[in-house]
Design a protein around this ligand. Sequence first.
Ligand code: FAD
Ligand code: 2HG
Ligand code: ZN
Length: 529
Amino acid sequence: MFASIRGRCGPAKQLVSTVRAAVPRGRTTLLAAGLICRANYHKPVRNEAFKRLTKDDLNFFKTIVPSETILATAQVGGTADAVELEGFNADWLNKYRGNSQLVLRPKTAEQVSQILQYCNTHNIAVVPQGGNTGLVGGSVPVHDEIVLSLRNMNKVRSYDELSGILVCDAGCVLEELGNYVGERGHVMPLDLGAKGSCHIGGNVATNAGGIRFLRYGSLHGSVLGLEVVLPDGTILDNLSTLRKDNTGYDLKQLFIGSEGTLGVITGVSVATPQRPSAVNVAVLGVPTYECVQRAFKLARKRCGEVLSAYEFWDANCMGAVLKHHELKSPLSAEFPFYVLIETSGSNKEHDDEKLGALLEELMEEGIAEDGALAQDDSQIARMWSMREGIPESLGKTGATYKYDVSIPIPVLYDIVGDIAQRLESASLYKPGDMTRPVKIVCGYGHIGDGNLHLNVVAGQFEDRVTEIFEPYVYEWVASHRGSISAEHGVGLMKRDYLRYSKSPEMIAYMKRVKDLFDPNHILNPYKVV
Ligand code: FAD
Ligand code: 2HG
Ligand code: ZN
């Protein structure tokens, strides 16, 4: 039972209700559930300068990697059928789909190097792929590019328990790394809903944010070194374990967030913080978006250094997550907004006191109308599943358009109402009417980081819906000097909209960087720039 914090009371006073089941982790796959939505995005035309694969190419790759690590269809001289490659060709949202006939799963950086050297010489296009949980179409081929999957590179290379510095292969699954360092008293500096499937290499390649960003900041700070294989096969050994190193340009920063367009990350060195011994989580029901902001301000003031996460979601998100994950709200009623507050520290009494005082003040001031405080680890996990389960539950409702934007906090939620109104005016949406082309318009995200996830769930991806908010959302964001990608990246989805967040000079220099590392543009073509 969660403890209610309704009324004028500190934590743990009255018992409310139980959440029945945690959301399953990882790639719970909308494909497997048969919830396939037809994508209608406009594919870039195939670059005919890229070589079409033949049996000779396959035979060469067989000299580099063991046969059991290759998936090749009959079209390129192999025996796999298209279904075996489906999981590599289709993205998590099932919005983008490529037509790769060859998947290579090397086990070492040397093998990656030989593969890329060959591809570079023969002008063969390659898509690096981690856990394939990316949300912008960056992780799957557009046409017949080779998929270079890092999933067989999944070993911890070293761990220093004193400094907490972890060195591992890029294909290690984030959750497994979390368990590994957790057993040694530490935590990974990032955490996100896809942790059961995504790879640390994919996290670095997308500069993933997630729910611990507020506390531990960006991977640009936590990643200490990278091993990267360049398109010409050069292995850049920048796998430093030093916290301080000012010897010239910090090249690894270029690969963090490069989305597989500059090099293939094969090794990662990352600083893992001490695991907090005291963690508290509370969920609040909040009447207005203004109160969400006021609660954030107060949370920072009252909890100070122990505030480790501050997330919010609206009533439409809550409806979807409760429906699809068989969760029960820990609160007594429905509210327009929900807030999750987490504190993490090393002194339970001190943290309890701080959070208790905050919750009491929020209720007294009418900023929160109801609340529940988790009483043990399993309740903490269930409260988090309510927040982390939102993307999956929306995906189960229909084809989900996702916009992941940074906007100043005071206007952050305005865009959700604005988009809903535009869709209503076009008769495509009526709140609560699931028979309309658009079923749900909702907003949630990492409000502490100024990062909104605007999601629009439709029956299918179709132009008359897309046209309502593209490029409108990007124009809206640009007019507030925001970013069109707070954390998911550019990929294929936003490559034509980069100008809304980057000046022509910046884009020109990005292209020069691309030319420098990948002069033949074989790596993740058609994406980002
Ligand atoms: P993939 O999806 O396989 O690839 C992503 C991109 O990185 C592609 O462009 C690919 O080419 C490139 N890439 C992958 N591995 C390598 C490599 N080794 N070397 C070079 N390039 C590589 N993101 C957030 O930032 N915050 C969140 O809170 C968050 N939550 C999510 C929740 C869910 C349920 C899902 C499905 C996704 C979420 N994401 C979130 C999206 C996010 O980008 C990823 O989940 C994750 O960082 C991608 O890792 P991956 O291993 O799956 O990479
Ligand atoms: C999250 O914060 C992820 O849950 C996914 O970044 C957001 O699916 C989305 O729009
Ligand atoms: Zn997010």
